[in-house]
Design a protein. Structure first.
Length: 463
């Protein structure tokens, strides 16, 4: 095995925004060492697989992916393979046994130690860095972050999770909650704004459960402080826990127009019985009440949610309650999953009858088709409206670009004679709408107000 540092690295990322940011942290440490990224895994001397274990399928995929990388390694014997993320945390040293060519293992709370781990590997060890050091012992250097993409700056405010949802593996893979101090968070956001980011996304598994370790200030205070920063045009945060969403947090939506009118608020089920078995600690009544208050605080608020179908013991009636909730709330988007039993979680021990896979499949499809109808209707109601769109990429066809409205909808638009840069804001009029995206045209008059117009023209025919 080589004692030289690798020259090229490749990172593959699955899962949540936390993993996305962790991959940026991994990449940056390598670049500080002069190791450069490549888009082609077969050209890499170091491959990092940042895995997700939230559902069984993703966890399985991690091992089959490692198997594929082992084949590449047979062609490039000096290649190193590092296993990162939540499956790596879960498996620890076991992964080294299962995958003989694996070089090291890093859990999510140890991401800041990559350089030391790499050094250890070059000295001949096969390091396993898992577990949850105290926040004050974690390396978190904001200058050591290669921010990918130029439109969204992500800032972790709270790591880990203290909830005990009976289906969820995250508390055991990301450990107990660790709050970052308010001073560090504000400094990092300012750093990103100085760098030119216009949109900031605050991250945490339970982002609105954040508390400042020094002053005990809560997330409402943080929202207020961050949204007040000069130059911040768009503020988003993910993921909020319904029970922890206080009225003061709702009030911030009304107070700060730069807080995007978009909120991801996982409900998981529309049945109080199932919510109880899931250990979510709220009822649908609380959820509906929160949704009402949020909607009253901000016009045009788009909500998205996560739903699990086929949780053990979920009856047809429970599932119908979920469909009713979806019809009532009318989410802008829904991420729905079939229940997947995870090791060490409480749900499999509830002694509830399993929902047969074919039935869970059927429920999922029923849910998707209801949601598609709702989504199409909601999007079509936006035709004729004008939005400030944050450009996220070039479009698939010449002359077009893609971006996000403030309510986080994807919009493809014709940019006119002058395209704008990725990360810029342009004013776009919506001309057509589908279930998953809007189609529009950049406005030529920059002084056109970006407010929802009162246009009542008939909906276009979608072919
Ligand atoms: N099975 C299916 N879906 C799950 N999720 C979390 N754990 C499981 C599981 N065991 C879903 C939840 C969560 C989202 C990130 O993943 O809906 O909000």
């Amino acid at each position: 095995m080589t004692k030289d540092l690798p020259k090229r690295f490749f990172v593959e990322t699955w899962g949540c925004q936390m993993n996305e940011l962790d991959s940026q942290r991994l990449s940056s440490q390598l670049m500080q060492e002069g190791i450069l990224p490549t888009r082609d895994a077969s050209q890499a001397d170091l491959i990092l697989l940042n895995s997700c274990s939230v559902r069984e399928k993703a966890a399985h995929k991690a091992y089959s992916r490692l198997g594929e990388y082992r084949l590449l390694k047979q062609q490039r014997p000096n290649m190193l393979i590092g296993f990162c993320g939540c499956v790596a945390q879960q498996e620890g040293a076991q992964a080294l046994k299962r995958v003989p060519d694996l070089d090291f293992v890093i859990g999510p709370a140890r991401v800041g130690e990559l350089r030391q781990i790499l050094q250890q590997r070059l000295l001949g060890k096969r390091p396993v860095a898992t577990g949850f050091p105290d926040a004050s012992d974690r390396n978190y250097d904001i200058d050591l972050l290669s921010r990918e993409g130029s439109h969204k700056g992500m800032v972790t405010i709270i790591e880990g999770c203290n909830k005990k949802c009976t289906f969820c593996i995250v508390p055991s893979t990301r450990g107990p909650e660790q709050n970052r101090p308010i001073g560090d968070i504000l400094a990092e956001v300012r750093h990103l704004l100085d760098f030119g980011f216009r949109e900031i996304e605050l991250l945490g598994q339970t982002v609105n459960h954040w508390r400042d370790p020094g002053t005990d200030a809560d997330f409402a205070v943080l929202l207020d402080r961050v949204a007040s920063l000069e130059g911040l045009e768009r503020l988003r945060f993910i993921t909020s826990y319904p029970r922890d969403f206080s009225q003061e947090m709702v009030n911030q939506f009304a107070r700060h127009p730069n807080i995007c009118p978009y909120l991801h608020l996982p409900v998981q089920s529309g049945s109080d019985r199932v919510l109880k078995m899931m250990g979510r600690g709220y009822t649908t009544e609380l959820y509906f009440d929160l949704v009402d208050r949020l909607r009253n605080s901000r016009a045009g608020l788009a909500l998205s949610t996560d739903i699990i179908v086929g949780f053990p013991g979920e009856t047809q009636q429970d599932f119908q309650a979920t469909l009713d909730l979806i019809s009532k709330v009318r989410f802008a988007s829904v991420y729905a999953f079939k229940y997947s039993p995870r090791p060490g979680t409480a749900a499999p021990r509830l002694n509830q009858p399993e929902v047969p896979l074919a039935e869970a499949d059927r429920r999922l499809q029923t849910l998707f088709s209801l949601q598609k109808e709702i989504q199409t209707e909601l999007n079509q109601a936006l035709v004729g409206d004008i939005f400030d769109v944050l450009i996220t990429s070039w479009g698939k066809t010449p002359g077009t670009q893609t971006g996000r409205t403030p309510c986080h909808r994807v919009i493809h638009f014709e940019h006119g004679s002058e395209p704008a840069a990725i990360g810029d804001l342009v004013r776009v009029k919506v001309e057509q709408a589908y279930a998953h995206s809007l189609i529009g045209r950049a406005m030529s008059h920059s002084d056109t107000p970006a407010v929802r117009s009162q246009d009542t023209s008939p909906l276009p025919i979608i072919t």
